[in-house]
Structure formats: C-alpha cells, structure tokens
Design a protein around this ligand. Sequence first.
Ligand code: 13P
Ligand code: SF4
Length: 350
Amino acid sequence: MLKLSIKEDAMAATSLPIPRPGAPLPGGMPLPEIYARVSRHVPAIEWPALAPDVEAILRLKRERNAVILAHNYQAPEIFHTVADIVGDSLALAREAVTVDADVIVLAGVHFMAETAKLLNPAKTVLIPDMAAGCSLADSITAEDVRGLRAKYPGVPIVTYVNTSAAVKAESDLCCTSGNAVEVIRSLGVKRVLMIPDEFLAQNVQAILPEVEILTWAGHCEVHERFTPADIREVRESYPGVTVIAHPECPPEVVAESDFSGSTAMMMNFVVEKRPSQVVLVTECSMADNIAAANPDIEFIKPCNMCPHMKRMSLKNIRRALETMTHEVTVDPTLADRARAAVERMLAVRT
Ligand code: 13P
Ligand code: SF4
C-alpha cells in the first residue's frame, strides 16, 4: 500500500527562492513572462536550462502549423508553457475534432494520441514517447471483448477511452470519467458491460442503481493504490480539508471523499468552491497545475505519479516536432469501427 506523502503546500514544496508572480525576476532571465507562469514549481536556477526547449517548441509549432494537446497530468513546465489546449480525456477528444492545424502533438499517453488520430485521420498525430502506455489499456484485448460479446449476447458494451483502438473497435460506444453516467443513461437499458476499469464501473453503479453494470478487472495503477485509511489519515492531520477523488479510485475511497469526478471536473470544483485546504486524490501534477493560478488555496499533495504521463518532457516534445516522430497511426481495418464508438460517445449530451 502506498501511503500519502503530505507536503506542506505547493509553495513550500521547493526550498529554492521562487519569485512570486509579478515580482521582479533576476536580471537576464530568459522568457520572463512564460517563467512567471511556472515560477511556483520551477526553481529560478533551473529555468535557464528549460527555456531554450520552450523557445524552440514555440518556434517549431509555428513552422509546422502544430498544436500541443496536453492532459491535466502533464508537468507544469509543459502544461503552463507550451500547451495550446489542456484538459481531461473528454476535452482532449472534443478539441481534437476542432483544431485547425496540420500536426497534433499529444502530451499525454498513447490511447489519447490514438483517439486524436481516429478523429483526425488526415492530420499527423505525434506522441513524444511511444512507450507512454496505460495499465487500463493494457488490461484488455480485442479478443477479450469478443469473448464478452459471446458470453453476454445483446448486452451493450461501453468501453472507457483508456483502451486501444482495437478494443474500441469491438465496442458499442466509449465513455470517459467525465461522461460515463450520461453515456450509460443514454442507452436506456437495464444491463450493460462497462470495461475495463472495474472501479470506475463500480463508482458509476453507485450512482445508477437501476442499471446492472457488469465489470472487467482492469485497474489504474496510480489510483488503485489509494485507500480509505489514506483519506482518514489526511482528515485527521488536516481537519476540515476537502477531499476530491478521481473515479478510477476504489469505491471505498470515493465513498470517503467529498466529491468525485474527471480531472477537469476536479479542477472546476476547486476553482468554483475555493476550499481553503484541498487534497486531490489523483496524480501529483494536478495540484501543481491548479495551484499556479490559485495561490490562496492550500493543496495537500498525495504523491502517486503516473509513470506513463511522466514520459513526456520538454526535450522529447521538442524532438518530436524537430523530427516529426513518433507518428501515431491506426490500423485501417479497424479505424472506422473504433471511430464510430468514439463518435457515438461524443454525440451523448452531458
Ligand atoms: P480524465 O479523463 O479524468 O482526465 O482521466 C484520464 C486518466 O487517465 C486518469 O487517470
Ligand atoms: Fe492510465 Fe492511470 Fe496513468 Fe491515467 S493515471 S494514464 S489511467 S495509468
């Protein structure tokens, strides 16, 4: 079991001097306006080493007519400096349809890049590191889904977007953590298969008791590690703290929380409700990314890092744009069916 590691707050997480936004920066600081956005998380002494990559990425984006879509779990030096569009999986899928660019660089994990490619077959979609996977996507194969179809004939299959295109192609429609409840409601059936995230399915089941939700035993390696004891420990140490958990967490963890939702819903909740102290039971970078714009809120940081998301760096984003690698493609024999499952999801009103 991984224990929560509590840091004092976002400001105290580093011992190096950090200029406050708006404060004068040390003389000769490169890209001072951009640095001001990340000054809470990137020590001033480290910025001169990062700034040349930021500068090169901004130039390459113009030269290649490229946009960078970044997931909410990206590190602040990516999220706040070079990303054009940030969001949860649902927002990234929606935005992928509307971007006016020749090239999309996906700063996230492989299934997100594959979804962007499905929705933009004519665009070049790049991922800076092909090995950026996901334990949920690895938990199920297309053959597994065909087996479920045979075992439960007539039962609709709702598949989390955290899966390969081959798995999506065998599904009726997709969902994300931001629209799972609405997607299942939209079917108007008494029984569905919701794959592969067992905990997300159980958390949705708690909201929709009228539907029987059959599950698959896939888990997110980041969120499965949180326990109810972790939450109780935080509450004891920080009386009055607001606890927000991602629905990939076990149901017992969500039950101990004050709110649960997708990464974008978590961010919106914090920005709207403005709790004085909050713990985001999810990936570490979320708190950093919200903290930058909300200095009055104290973020108690759980420290579960997604190793796949953290494969992205300014260096490999720059290299992706310089060399136009690694290009994400989808097998044409399954692309139409996979795209249809994603498009059926996007058509559901939330
Ligand atoms: P969101 O869709 O909530 O951003 O979640 C994606 C993910 O991979 C969370 O672990
Ligand atoms: Fe996959 Fe979990 Fe990482 Fe999200 S946090 S990409 S679900 S392993």
